[in-house]
Each structure stands twice: as C-alpha cells, then as structure tokens.
Design a protein around this ligand. Structure first.
Ligand code: GDP
Ligand code: MG
Length: 432
C-alpha cells in the first residue's frame, strides 16, 4: 500500500483480512465480525488518505472509528427520573454482579450524593447475601436490606426491598440476583417475575469481558428472556481484548454502561468505546503516536537528524537530545502505552530495568563529557570514563553501559537506514 491518494479496493481487502483476524482473536463472534467487515468495506472505498499517514494506517483509523460507532456511546444513567430508581443486575455466576452492585452504589453515593438501598435475591447461597451486606457496610450512603429467612420467593424479596427503599426514602434501589454457571441453567422466570413485581428502570446484564465466544450466547438468552437495558462489562483490567463488548452490543442492541476495572469498590468507569476499539484492533493508538510525534519533532529537524544518523555523525549530543524528546513524548511508559501490545512491552521494560530514571542518568553522564568527547566517543579511554563517572555521580560501569548502548544505536542505524524514523525510535525503546 505504498501509493497515496484514494483507497483502492485491493488495499482495503488486504487490511480487512488482517482486521478480521484481529477481531476474531479478540473474541468477537464470527457473525458480528463478518457483518462489520462488509459494512466497513463500503465506507472505506474511495476515502482520501491523509498525507501524513500511510494507507494502512488510514484503514486502521476508518475501522477504529467504525468500531467506536458500533460500540456506541454510553448515555449516562439518569437516576433522578424516578424515586426510588430501580436497578436490577443479572448475569452468570462469578461475572461480578455482587461486586458491581456495590460499585454502582458507591459510584452514585460518592459522585451524585445519592442514598442507596442494596438488596440481594441470591438466597440459595447465604454467603452471597452476606457478601453484599459486607460491601454495603463499607459504603457511606448505602443501606442494606435483608429479608426475613422465611421469605424464599425472590419476587417477594424484591417487593419488600422496594417497600423498604420507599420508607427509607432511598434514591436508588439496587437489586443483586442469583446467577448460574451456565446460561441454560439460569432461572429466567425468576428474573421475569421480579421484573414484573417491581418494574425496574434498568436491567443491567453483567458480563465478564474474558467470557470469550460464549458471550454471544449469554447475551442472546438473557436479552430474549428479560428486558435488558444496558451492560456492565467486568474485568476490563485483565488481558482480554474485549470482543465480548462488540458481541454483547450487537446482539442485545443495548448500550454498554460501565466497565469494571478491578476488585475494589471504586474500580468502575463509565464505558469508553475508544478504549475498547483500541484493544480490539490490538494496534494501540498508532495514529495518535504519529500525531504526537509530529507535534514534537519538526519535519526539518527530523530529516536532519535522520541524515546524521545515517551518516554516522550521530553524536552523544544528538543522543541526549533524543532522550530529552522522548521524555517530552511522555517518557518511555508514555510512548509504550501508545503501542500495540503495550502490556507485554511494559512487562519487558520493567524486567529489563530500562526506565525514565535511567534516561535522566544517561543525560547527566553525557553532560559530564567534554564537547570533544561528545563528538568522538573513541576518545573515551579508561581515565576519561572515570572522570565522567565522578562528574555525574555514577559508577564507571554505568558510563561503560551508556557508551555500549550508544555504539549499539550506531550499529542499529546502519542496519535500519531505509526504515522510518518512528520505527527507529520504537526499536530503540524496545532495545532491539
Ligand atoms: P457474582 O457471582 O456475579 O456475584 O460475582 P462476584 O461479584 O462475587 O465476583 C466474583 C469475583 O470477581 C470476585 O472475586 C470479585 O472480586 C471479582 N471481580 C468482580 N469484578 C471485577 C473486575 O472488574 N475486575 C476484577 N479483576 N475482578 C473483579
Ligand atoms: Mg453474587
């Protein structure tokens, strides 16, 4: 895809094949992925390629934007429309319903100063009710309702909980329900009868983002049986890429309202489609990296530097300058966050001990060199190295290591003459 101008069908086919694989790898259901690819193809053909990005990146951006559109925005839940505002959480066992019930309570209590009543109809497991009670106790502004032991009918519990919410003048009633390990075992009639009894304002389906392909089935069964109005995706803090989000959204047509991002009460965020689209594509935000880089490196300077690199006249001064620019881009971690598979790269970075601290130290070492030394590293004999080490307050080994790194870059540059500057930079960060 080297040519510029409008996108051709052949460009798009190639890119879309890769994107389809990305989506499937990210656990998007096959039907959903297929339909998406067909739609996107129509949108992409003939679109003009912006000069500063490659056609491939352009396709990625079109796909990205379409994914964001498909994932949909998240209309905030307006709890002021009814008092009490009734929310029911449904979903399989272990997906995070009870935790999410408490997180929601905490969210509305702290962010909107609401008074909440929490209750559970998961009476088959006494520990489940107790779990919610314990969580409720931690939340200022939340009360907990426990039905008498003799009440074993779920819709009755719901009814009594509602009555309690009214008498306590609670703004919101959040009802946690029983789940099952498999969707075919879920007692949909139970949830239906609860819904009939209290007419909830929201029925939120809680799903674990790691569910994988099964998500499609879960979303289908639940939305066919009960009036699901929105989705909470939990474990968004894990490694799963988030295909579940697309399947859930496509099957139910419901908005994804919140993401659970950890085990703690405050680890819930309003759903952000951009974040999930990035994960689905597994490419990080390449375009924003390009944009950010362009802001920090003027074209002229960039070309000059690239030429110096290629000529082998890349001095320690240039090296220091580059490291400074890198910190302007947000430091190593900042850059890495924008890259695909940033999780893995971050891990490698942590293990290798390369850090922004080391960059700062390296700059200090370079500043302790004389001008001559900075231009000709071959002058750096043992005596000079020792002086530099003392001057910058580091050990001689550290000076040696920096010099070695610098030599490495010179060698690498020779090998990479033809490739783009950004890629050089990235490889440098990755230590390749
Ligand atoms: P339930 O059976 O659907 O009620 O699920 P629980 O609320 O009991 O949650 C099951 C487990 O998942 C618990 O250990 C929670 O701490 C954990 N969990 C819930 N939500 C999240 C989340 O967003 N991220 C992570 N990492 N763990 C979560
Ligand atoms: Mg539970």
């Amino acid at each position: 895809m080297r040519h510029s101008g409008a996108l051709r069908e052949s460009d798009i086919d190639q890119a879309l094949r890769e994107i389809r694989i990305s989506l499937l790898e990210a656990d998007v259901a096959l039907d959903v992925a297929k339909k998406f690819i067909t739609d996107i193809k129509e949108k992409a053909i003939g679109q003009n390629v912006i000069k500063s990005v490659s056609p491939t990146q352009m396709v990625v951006k079109i796909v990205h934007d379409a994914l964001v559109e498909l994932l949909g925005t998240s209309t905030p839940i307006n709890v002021s429309t009814s008092k009490p505002y009734k929310i029911i959480l449904v979903g399989l066992q272990g997906t995070g319903k009870t935790t999410s019930a408490a997180k929601l309570a905490n969210y509305f209590a702290t962010k909107q100063n609401k008074k909440i009543l929490l209750a559970s109809t998961d009476i088959s497991r006494p520990a489940a009710v107790e779990q919610l009670n314990i969580l409720a106790n931690k939340i200022k502004g939340a009360d907990f309702f426990r039905a008498e032991d003799c009440v074993i009918d779920c819709s009755k519990i719901a009814k009594y909980a509602l009555r309690e919410a009214i008498s306590l003048k609670s703004d919101i009633l959040i009802l946690d329900t029983a789940g099952r390990l498999h969707v075919d075992e879920v007692k949909m009639e139970e949830i239906q009868s609860i819904c009939k009894t209290i007419s909830p304002n929201q029925v939120l389906l809680v799903a674990d983002i790691m569910t994988g392909q099964e998500a499609f089935n879960v979303a289908k069964k639940f939305s066919e049986a009960v009036p699901v109005s929105g989705i909470i995706l939990t474990r968004a803090d894990g490694d799963a890429r988030g295909g579940v989000a697309l399947s859930m959204r496509a099957v139910t047509g419901c908005e994804i309202k919140f993401l659970g991002t950890g085990e703690h009460l405050d680890e819930i965020v309003v759903f952000d489609p951009v974040r999930i689209a990035d994960r689905l594509l597994g490419r990080g935000d390449i375009i924003s990296l390009v944009e950010k880089a362009q802001e920090n490196f003027s074209q002229n300077e960039l070309e000059k530097e690239a030429k110096r690199l290629q000529d082998g006249t890349f001095t320690f001064d240039d090296f220091a300058k580059q490291m400074e620019k890198m910190s302007k881009l947000g430091g190593l971690k900042g850059i890495v966050k924008l890259l695909p598979q940033s999780n893995q790269i971050e891990k490698v970075l942590d293990q290798s001990g390369v850090s922004d601290n080391i960059m700062a130290r390296n700059i200090a070492i370079i500043r302790s060199m004389t001008k001559k030394e900075r231009c000709n590293y071959k002058l750096l004999n043992g005596k000079r190295r020792k002086r530099i080490a003392t001057g910058s307050g580091v050990s001689v080994q550290e000076v040696n290591r920096l010099i070695k790194q610098y030599e490495g870059i010179l060698n690498m540059v020779k090998k990479m003459k033809s490739k783009g500057f950004i890629r050089n930079l990235i490889s440098m960060i990755q230590g390749k």
